[in-house]
Design a protein around this ligand. Sequence first.
Ligand code: F6R
Length: 341
Amino acid sequence: YNADTKGMLKALWELPEQCARAWELGMAADVSPLDDLRQVVVTGLGGSAIGGDLLRVYAAQRLDVPVVVNRDYVLPEFVGPHTLVFAVSYSGNTEETLSAYAQAREKGASLVVLTTGGKLGEMARNDGVPVITVPGGIAPRSATGYLFIPTLAVLYRMGLLPDLSHEVAECVSLLQSMREELKPEVPRDSNQAKMLAASFHNRIPVIWGSSGTTEVVAQRWKGQINENAKAPACWNVFPELNHNELVGFEFPGELLRRLYVVILRDPQDHPRVQKRFAITREIMEGAVAGVVEIMARGSDALARMYSLVYIGDYASVYLAMLYGVDPGPVRVIDTLKARLA
Ligand code: F6R
């Protein structure tokens, strides 16, 4: 393994402990309950935004107010004094997030910042905005624990969510046991992540979730394949994809033989959606290179979401290794940011 691959695998191995530490960081944040809160907004991009989606999906059953994820310079119109905005940027220098932060200030929203530092950390400290400073030195996409779990602790401290320390502990111990099955020392025939990487190799992965907990995980897998393996991938969501994407699988010829489909499942998927998985699979099975279903593990939704995230994260690094690319650097993103400067 080269240094980048080693670094990425190390960050993956340490994800369970990162999640545990992230809860503590959130619990230590200098926040107090808010009166008449009407919405929560998470604003960020890329690896710093996916935690917002994890929060949106996880909190949907548990929070009385909606969670909206904003991946833009501009915040939604409704943001105002009754909105809590989490401004999240691992580097602290993402221009869209800096712009959204300034807007949240202008609109009188309550803010909490999650960052390693950068301009965002500096601005927040000058403005007296609570900052959760997370450890640096890894890729933003390797820091989902740090960039998501503190928001759960903050919402608990504000009286908006229950104490989730047991749920976080379940997630941590599940990931600790899963890494023993997913680590590089485990050979392909008993390593689910390596098998997936082999199935994805020289094909386009198509990742499907459902509008419950797996929707965000499908998006995460796609992003990880893009950024770690430097390869294209697609994602979509049941039941919506049954109303459009499925029709594309009638395409004649060899093109579809390049697609490998993964259906991410959760034991609590809607019964009608479960039936849709089976029928969809039957309809398209012969047309594509393969279809596999992966079931989430764990009892609470946090563990179930992370169990699937973890398999996808490992698979994307193994795919990078099959392609002979470094999973770490995302040079094209750096180039684009530099050209915009
Ligand atoms: C993920 C990654 C990008 C960044 C995004 C925003 O590893 O490199 O998706 O997360 O460009 O940058 P930050 O997270 O620094 O705000």
